[in-house]
Design a protein around this ligand. Structure first.
Ligand SMILES: NC(=O)c1ccc[n+]([C@@H]2O[C@H](COP(=O)([O-])OP(=O)(O)OC[C@H]3O[C@@H](n4cnc5c(N)ncnc54)[C@H](OP(=O)(O)O)[C@@H]3O)[C@@H](O)[C@H]2O)c1
Length: 298
């Protein structure tokens, strides 16, 4: 029996993780999030704000996890640029508190990181490529990686990219839901042609994390989708798949939309290591859309 503690379970990845882990016979799950549980399924839940060390320590003392999967983070990249102290507290200092707690119980610390640690000049990136973040979010996620590499209990860094999936009642959106809901309401959208990604189905990311938790593998792993495309192409593929008006998608470049945080242009994550070492087998983008349709996306 493995005791697995998950943070941030009201978020996209957290939701998908608990749906799988809660029904695994050899796993004892403790799901945590900030405030009340917003997921409708039944599972063991406790409130834990990862920025409050006393809450982190109390949960570790009580549950004594074998594995921690740390998904909680401040994830809105533009908010991170504009609220840097909050970003540092949630994305770096919180990791240090969790690390200290993990070290007391030799908990295997699985930490979620991002393609935004790279500058996007030469993607798709391999695990050993050199980071060079362009945004404060990317800088903080890289700082957290560096700290975790000093951890004296086992650690794994999972880098992922542009995660999408169907959510249960949390009011959150993601790129696929955003494109679909706007086009459905006949609202025009502007989408960048000069940013390239390997979009990741949240179920695949959860599967990769669970494989790491159960196998105990350590080091850095890129867990992403298999298809490389521009965000504009992604939006067009969503429109085509759901038979929505593609002409409402206006192609623009990054300079036109001028967001507060700089994004890597040509990012993408190479997943060969995860395929070979973990047996990771992600859905193609088309298969991922079909799964979301089957889940009730229409
Ligand atoms: N989504 C992507 O495209 C993407 C890409 C690359 C990397 N990642 C990384 O993957 C991980 C999971 O992302 P996601 O898409 O699941 O993010 P998400 O949907 O934004 O979920 C993050 C969760 O963290 C929670 N949280 C924030 N601050 C917290 C705190 N102090 N204590 C406890 N919980 C807190 C949030 O709570 P509330 O719901 O209450 O706000 C939210 O439920 C993150 O580490 C992120 O940096 C994501």
């Amino acid at each position: 029996m493995k005791k697995i503690l998950v943070t941030g379970v009201n978020g996209l990845l957290g939701q998908k993780l608990v749906e799988r882990l809660a029904v695994m016979p050899d796993v004892q799950l403790l799901a945590t999030g900030k405030g009340i549980k917003r997921h409708p399924d039944q599972f063991q839940y406790a409130s834990m704000d990862v920025t409050v060390p006393q809450e982190v320590d109390a949960i570790f003392d009580w549950f004594r996890p074998d594995v921690l999967i740390h998904t909680a983070a401040m994830t809105q990249v533009d908010d991170c640029e504009q609220q840097q102290a909050a970003c540092y507290a949630q994305n770096v200092t919180a990791v240090e508190s969790l690390m200290r707690a993990a070290e007391r119980f030799q908990t295997h610390f699985i930490h979620l990181s991002t393609d935004f640690i790279f500058d996007g000049e030469a993607g798709p990136y391999k695990e050993e490529d050199t980071p060079n973040p362009l945004s404060y979010y990317g800088y903080c996620k890289l700082e957290a990686e560096k700290k975790l590499m000093q951890c004296t209990s086992p650690w794994t860094i999972v880098r992922t990219i542009l995660v999408f999936g169907l959510l249960k009642d949390t009011g959150r959106s993601n790129i696929v839901l955003w494109v679909k809901s706007n086009l459905l309401q006949k609202k025009p959208i502007r989408v960048v042609t000069d940013q390239f990604r390997t979009p990741t189905l949240a179920e695949d990311l959860a599967d990769g994390c669970i494989r790491l938790a159960l196998s105990g593998k350590q080091g850095i792993y890129h867990i992403a989708g298999p298809d490389f495309m521009s965000i504009y192409e992604l939006a067009c593929r969503v429109a085509e798949f759901f038979h929505l008006p593609k002409q409402l998608i206006q192609p623009v470049d990054s300079a036109t939309i001028n967001q507060p945080a700089k994004r890597p242009p040509r990012s993408g994550l190479c997943i060969d290591k995860a395929i070979q070492e973990l047996g990771y087998a992600p859905h193609t983008f088309e298969q991922a859309l079909r799964l979301m349709q089957e889940q009730g996306m229409g």
